[in-house]
Design a protein around this ligand. Structure first.
Ligand code: NAP
Length: 329
């Protein structure tokens, strides 16, 4: 095991819009942040750049009049943070200890020490795990109607899921699509009654009950889906311009279990800005937000986390190797 001698002012875990915005602000505040950006292409690893690396065109981020490809946008964020002195490590964090300061962050056998930590490890959309999902994501397959709905103007689209997210996505898509088909694996939605009513009464929405997507059809662009109806035991093919998965998300918080307060779904709980329940540990982006999930809101909360971290560090004695005390806000 190799413990780094340097105690960093800030270590940022995760490199989506939240982490990289936090890095821009922390670097410009002279905190020399280290961003542990994820494990590159390692199997099961977190993707440096986060979920935007899996999208194509981003048209709703202010400042990009013509839109920008998700990966290009993340490269700009990364370069901007590097310009002010941010350092990067392309690796997965394997363990953390926030019970004592300086905080300890492990990458394999290497231990990094930090006075403060910003967590921006994001969340993952649940997938059906069908063949060709990776290839078709951003090419007809999407996990975010708010982000991609506009691209399907005048087309037929389908939404998979029966929870509140699926209802919201379907209703949002009616603004653009000619018809929205909801594909649900059971004969009843689990969404709130009011959302169900809005969906079921909407003239542009129809529901395929007891149905599951069994195959995505299309090589470089989604063209259709194969369906299996569990009740009739029949298979069918439905042509669609777009397919939206809305079957839930999981926050990337398994590293922090038992150390940071989480809600029942595993999202980090923040209060008073970006503070977690451990003093000196902050959280930003989708890891603490299951409501908005947008690049711009993630970036905004990354900015908040960096400002909160800077102010908190300023309030600390310089050599503060003291027990990390949980705090109530
Ligand atoms: P969710 O409530 O867990 O619903 C997921 C849906 O996807 C369920 O209908 C589930 O089917 C279906 N599903 C899961 N895995 C599937 C699979 N492999 N194949 C086919 N279908 C699958 O998730 P969510 O809708 O994202 O909502 C998460 C939480 O946020 C909920 O508490 C929700 O109320 C809340 N939320 C609230 C709002 C709002 O109030 N405006 C908006 C969005 C979300 P089954 O029903 O058969 O399990």
């Amino acid at each position: 095991m190799a413990t780094k001698e340097e105690v960093r002012d800030v270590i940022i875990i995760g490199s989506g819009p939240a982490g990289l915005t936090a890095a821009i602000y922390a670097a410009r505040a002279n905190l020399k942040p280290l961003v542990i950006e994820g494990g590159g292409s390692a199997p099961g690893g977190n993707l440096p750049g986060g979920q935007l690396m899996l999208t194509t065109e981003v048209e709703n981020y202010p400042g990009f009049v013509q839109g920008i490809m998700g990966p290009d946008m993340m490269k700009i964020f990364r370069d901007q943070a590097a310009r002010f002195g941010t350092e990067y490590t392309t690796a997965e964090v394997t363990k953390v200890d926030f019970s004592i300061r300086p905080f300890k962050i492990w990458i394999g056998d290497d231990v990094h020490l930090a006075r403060s930590v910003i967590i921006s490890t994001g969340a993952k959309s649940l997938m059906l795990n069908l063949p060709r999902e990776d290839r078709l994501l951003g090419h007809g397959l999407s996990t975010c109607a708010t982000c991609d709905g506009f691209f399907f103007t005048g087309q037929e689209v389908a939404v998979v899921g029966g929870g509140d997210s699926a209802m919201e996505e379907a209703l949002f898509l009616t603004k653009f699509a000619r018809q929205v088909t909801m594909i649900h694996r059971r004969d009843a939605f689990r969404a709130s009654k009011i959302m169900q009513q809005r969906v079921l009464r909407h003239p542009k929405i129809r529901v395929l009950w007891n149905s599951q997507v069994t195959e995505l059809v299309g090589e470089s662009q989604l063209e259709a889906v194969k369906l299996h109806n569990k009740e009739s035991n029949r298979d069918s093919v439905m042509k669609v311009g777009g397919l939206f998965y809305a079957i839930g998300h999981v926050p990337n918080t398994s590293l922090f279990k038992g150390q940071l307060e989480m809600d029942p779904a595993g999202y980090l709980v923040t209060g008073q800005g970006a503070r977690t329940n451990v003093e000196g540990v902050f959280a930003a982006g989708d890891v603490q937000d299951h409501v908005y999930r947008q690049a711009v809101t993630a970036a905004g909360s990354g900015c908040m986390a960096a400002i909160d971290a800077e102010r908190w560090l300023e309030s600390q004695p310089t050599e503060s190797v003291i027990a990390g005390t949980p705090t109530n806000w």
